[in-house]
Design a protein around this ligand. Structure first.
Ligand code: HEM
Length: 445
């Protein structure tokens, strides 16, 4: 052991932070996931972690991230943890499928989610946001994260599924909560064998049934109104053409509703909180949104002109990445950072410590959107909020577009006075959801 309570690693094994008997590094992570990841990352680009029942390798060097996600991606697949988390809810979705099936699913959805394709949703994103914000009264106190979740469920359903889900958002949000809770390391049920049903499992099963019924209703509504160009129609067209099964349609809609609202709402919450602390940046954004959105009433083409707002989105996703990590498993023996690791080795690629690494970023903890105006001089994979390589986030272009347009629209309509009930803390789960209450007082412009 070194002076830092670390097993130094040798030629055959990377360094390992010391942990608690039986529970290994789990408790440190469970207490403070981002603090633990930062500390472990300081031990090296590849660190071995022991959590109950398994060894996982933490990867925080930009070159190694590129190797796993891009250059050698064919030697890796998604992790067993990802299968376990989504089992029973997204079994037929892109999130858990592999091989030919995954390739087919991504091929069907790609045309509806390219940068160019998602720009056609701009007007609807702005309109949904305007309608939503219109309902906040002057002087009202809002739970900022909850409001951003409600808003992003509506934006996603309206733009991608052509569905009005106002008043029905709870079905989606409850299922997302059950999923995040199922993967929460603080949960005692994590230590029980799978066959012992816990209250979390029962809640998960109930919310899955409700979400399945909700998605079936959405499909029936889309059939009744006639198919169009939206994402739901693209999947249904593929079903009619015999390319997708109905389970694949249903589970991919579920995946979109869950993955598509949670991360964007976390990012928006942080962006609005950061802008409240940085009035100079907020004023510059306000001027930009006034110029861009204040014209002829059409938002199409607005994204490209909202350059400063885009930079704020990039910087927010750097400092507060909404997902905990990308996970992978080696499908064959691999060599990483000079260590030979067996087939089946599991990897955790966390964004937080890499996005704050001094080797890649000047003043890494400072919120400075202007850093995105400069040409990039850092390694490309020092920044990967949406992951990278062929299996990256399929909703990335939609996410960047909606975050930029929602932010510009909210700022244009209201000023938010944001407050937190303590220091920022995060749940130890697949999303870095804020555990601290974040509230805002609304001042209408
Ligand atoms: C700020 C917003 C978002 C962030 C930070 C984010 C991040 C991520 C990350 C890190 C992954 C894992 C990829 C991997 O395993 O390599 C992922 C996957 C995924 N995301 Fe997103 N995401 C966001 C928004 C969205 C949106 C809006 C949608 C839907 C419209 C979406 C749908 C998906 C889906 C379906 C996958 C699974 C892709 C696959 O395995 O092929 N995400 N996302």
């Amino acid at each position: 052991m070194t002076a830092h309570g670390t097993s130094a690693g040798d030629e055959s094994s990377p360094p390992t932070p010391s942990g608690v008997p039986l529970l290994g590094n789990g408790p440190a992570f469970s207490r403070d996931p981002v603090g633990a990841m930062e500390e472990w990352a300081s031990l090296g680009d590849l660190v071995r972690l022991e959590v109950p029942g398994q060894t996982t390798y933490l990867v925080t060097g930009a070159e190694l991230i590129e190797q796993i996600l891009v250059t050698d991606h064919e030697s890796y697949t998604i992790s067993p943890a990802q299968h376990e988390t989504f089992e029973g809810i997204e079994d037929h979705a892109v999130t858990v499928t592999t091989g030919e099936r995954w390739t087919r699913l991504r091929r069907v959805m790609r045309p509806a989610l390219t940068h160019g394709a998602v720009q056609r949703y701009a007007d609807r994103i702005v309109e949904t946001t305007e309608d939503y914000v219109e309902e906040w009264d002057d002087g009202e106190h809002i739970d900022l994260y909850r409001e951003m979740r409600l808003l992003t469920v509506n934006v996603l359903a309206d733009a991608l599924l052509d569905a009005d889900v106002r008043g029905r958002e709870a079905v989606v949000m409850d299922a997302a909560d059950a999923l995040v809770d199922r993967a929460n390391l603080r949960r005692l049920g994590q230590l029980l064998p799978d066959w012992v049903p816990t209250p979390t499992d029962r809640r998960f099963e109930r919310t899955v049934r409700e979400l399945d019924a909700f998605v079936d209703d959405l499909i029936a509504e889309r059939r009744n109104t006639g198919l169009g160009e939206d994402f739901c129609s693209v999947l249904l067209d593929a079903h009619d053409a015999g390319t997708l099964s109905i389970d694949e349609v249903r589970h991919n809609l579920v995946a979109m509703l869950l993955a598509g609202h949670d991360s964007p709402s976390i990012a928006l919450t942080h962006a609005l909180r950061l802008l409240d602390d940085h009035s100079d940046v907020r004023d510059a954004l306000l001027a930009e949104s006034g110029d861009v959105l204040g014209g002829d009433g059409s938002a199409s083409g607005a994204y490209a002109d909202l350059e400063r707002t885009q930079n704020v989105v990039s910087e927010t996703l750097r400092l507060y990445p909404p997902t905990l990590a990308v996970t992978r498993q080696a499908t064959e023996p691999v060599t990483i950072a000079g260590y030979d690791l067996p087939a089946g080795a599991q990897f955790l690629l966390p964004q937080w410590p890499v996005h704050r690494d001094e080797r890649y970023w000047d003043e890494p903890t400072v919120f400075d959107p202007s850093r995105w105006q400069e040409p990039e001089s850092r390694p490309g994979y020092a920044y990967f909020p949406f992951s990278a390589g062929p299996r990256n986030c399929v909703g990335m272009h939609f996410a960047r577009t909606e975050l930029t347009l929602i932010l510009a629209t909210v700022l244009d309509r209201v000023e938010l006075d944001v407050s937190m009930d303590g220091p920022l803390a995060f749940a130890p789960s697949l999303q870095l959801r804020p555990e601290t209450d974040i509230e805002a007082t609304v001042h209408r412009r």
